[in-house]
Write a protein that binds this ligand. Structure first.
Ligand code: SF4
Length: 464
């Protein structure tokens, strides 16, 4: 095997963005590393290649600087992940890079490349898309890779052949057992860049499970509905590595639904306590997965201080349209119990479902005020490939280049924005919210820092 230099590049962006297979979110007060690229970097290293990692977002470097960097790195292969809302900007960046080093193969991953591989290759000039969860596919690509030459017949890829034609190989979208993968190359990051609001930073970002077993119809899922998990022992190894080598002061689990399997969570929490991890942490959760009091107790003991819960709405009618799969009234007591146990509750909410009424928004606001310390409200994005897209596609205008994903009727968009601002205003701009904020925000960030931040959130200049 020839050892090559493989460059994992988080593309530059004018607006700070966290790119993940599952979603991309704009970030100002928070930033996570591109975890999917770090996982692939570990695969490349395990195969004996020299890996170089650049996070152009974290390092605030533009495309011209990245091109100059490429002249120093002189890679044999480049790998990047594409975002959602900045897809067209990412296309332009890849295209410029590809033009500046035409002989260097370029591989792309991400949700849109997987949904639209032919279009992605045509628009960017890149050479290969690895479909779905790319780790095993990448292992196979590297087995047959020789410097500057990509193999053409690897399952799970769509590839530009030497003749210039595009070849779509059979898909191979899932990794059955993530425990057999090497630990993501966490050591390549500069920890100080990565942060989560109102938490001690730098933050260490861990994915201990992939996929999500629920069926919300607006969700692109991270890779699929089959949940595959790292063992608690393996997850602990990641945590201890980050603590020891990166000096992280908090942890964030980016599993789609960390609390999906209580027995696994309990086992991990016990291990974290046994091994004296002693770091505060946060995770993503669902309102109907908090029924297990024992799990919540262990989570608190192991340092979990915030549950980020995708409520989406307080209206059962809207939740049914989104096929959320639960009755919200049955979940509320469990969330209240978690709050009483000392968890901070951060709720994610959506506006913009075409059938949404003012009454639905009032249910949402009432629930947010009752349950949440923080509320993040977004307008619904309906992505191609999701069941919700099939339902509403007659109402939507979608194009990759220039990137557009919006209702054809501007009134629907205006209604969504109006509802979003209304919830934000009514949630944050009430005197009671000053006492509702957890104490930690007053110690982590001064009021002077926090208030402009909330104003920015309300005016949509920043998301949390
Ligand atoms: S809970 Fe629903 S929205 Fe969240 S990741 Fe799972 S399927 Fe997607």
């Amino acid at each position: 095997m020839n050892s090559s230099t493989i460059w994992f590049l988080n593309l530059p962006a004018a607006i700070p963005v966290v790119r993940r297979y599952m979603c991309s979110s704009f970030a100002e007060r928070y930033l996570f590393p591109p975890h999917d690229l770090l996982a692939l970097a570990a695969v490349a290293r395990a195969a004996g290649h020299r890996v170089v990692f650049t996070d152009a977002v974290a390092e605030c470097i533009g495309i011209q600087q990245v091109i100059r960097l490429s002249e120093t790195i002189r890679p044999d292969l480049v790998v990047s992940i594409m975002s959602f809302e900045l897809f067209d900007k990412d296309v332009s960046a890849v295209k410029m890079l590809k033009q500046s080093m035409p002989d260097v193969p370029y591989i792309l991953i991400g949700y849109y490349p997987t949904e639209f591989p032919h279009e992605t290759l045509a628009l960017t000039g890149a050479d290969m898309v690895m479909l779905g969860e790319p780790d095993h596919v990448f292992e196979n690509v590297l087995k047959y890779f020789s410097p500057r030459n990509l193999p053409e017949h690897i399952t799970g890829t769509v590839v530009r052949k030497s003749t210039g034609d595009i070849l779509a190989n059979e898909p191979d979208r899932r990794v059955p057992n993530p425990n057999l993968l090497p630990m993501p190359a966490y050591d390549l990051i500069i920890p100080k860049h990565y942060k989560e609001p109102f938490m001690p930073n730098p933050v260490g970002v861990i994915q201990s499970a992939r996929g999500c077993p629920y069926f919300c119809n607006y969700c692109v899922h991270s890779f699929g509905t089959k949940l595959t998990v790292l063992t608690p022992e393996n997850t602990l190894e990641h945590i201890l590595f980050m603590k020891k080598h990166l000096g992280v002061r908090s942890l964030r689990f980016i599993d789609d639904t960390f609390t999906a399997v209580p027995s696994r969570v309990i086992k991990l929490c016990r291990l974290m306590i046994e091994h004296k991890v002693n770091l505060p942490w946060t995770c993503l959760s669902r309102a109907d997965t908090l029924y297990d009091e024992e799990m919540l107790l262990w989570m608190r003991k192991a340092g979990c201080i915030r549950l980020n819960i995708g409520f989406e709405s307080g209206s059962q009618r809207i939740l049914d349209i989104l096929e959320k799969g639960y009755e919200i009234e049955k979940c509320i007591p469990h969330v209240k119990k978690a709050r009483k146990m000392g968890f901070e509750i951060l709720g994610f909410f959506l506006t913009g479902i075409p059938e949404e009424t003012v009454e639905d928004i009032h249910y949402t606001l009432k629930m947010a005020k009752e349950l949440c310390h923080f509320a993040i409200v977004d307008t619904l994005k309906i992505y191609p490939g999701t069941p919700l897209h099939n339902r509403y596609k007659h109402l939507l205008h979608f194009s990759l280049m220039p990137y557009k994903n919006e209702f054809t009727d501007p009134l629907l968009t205006q209604k969504a924005t109006k509802h979003r601002k209304y919830i934000y205003r009514k949630f944050y701009f009430r005197p009671a919210q000053l006492f509702n904020f957890p104490l930690s925000i007053y110690t982590d960030a001064s009021i002077k820092d926090t208030i402009p931040y909330v104003f920015k959130m309300v005016s949509r200049k920043v998301t949390m």
